[in-house]
Ligand binder design. Sequence first.
Ligand code: FNR
Length: 183
Amino acid sequence: ATHTIVTIAGSLRKESFSLKIANALAKLAPASLKLEVVTPHGISNFSQDEEAAPPADWLALREKLQKSHGVLFVTPEYNRSIPGVLKNVIDVASRPYGKSSFMGKPVGIISNSPGPLGGVNAAKHLQNILPGIAGPIMGQPETYLNGVGDAFDDKGHLIKESLQKVLQQYIDAFAAFVEKQNR
Ligand code: FNR
């Protein structure tokens, strides 16, 4: 069976490494996995005042997640955490209270940075945020991608072999995890 995975790249930047990694994963994914790559573009700021009559963009995001078989986060690290725009996406999807659109969905987390630490702090923060509102988080392989600044050519194609290998291993493991969780 084909499983659809909402793949959330946590950056608004046009040349975002997170987005390029998400797109590379979509190409490397086995046939059983269809990655739908989304970004925080177009998701209105969360406010409890809007919850009675939610904006259309919230409803569309929630529906997309509810129809999916899993969620994959590809996050950068901003100031030792996840970007605010990614947190907003999570807050929107987590509501209404008790009806999170992530509920029951298997979760994958990949962090990245052009720097040496691979955005590990952002990944760890996601591991704190998600357990109450999502399904099981895949523990291994832990994937914090450092030095991603030279991984893509100017057309956005992945040219760094070592990164391609790590991404392939990750997405194959995630496919197996999703398969098991959706059985
Ligand atoms: C950063 N960056 C960064 N990198 C890192 O490894 N740890 C960090 O704490 C931060 N903090 C941080 C804060 C802010 C406000 C910005 C704008 C940037 C650098 C960051 O990794 C780099 O800009 C990435 O390219 C951002 O991800 P995308 O947009 O390429 O996906």
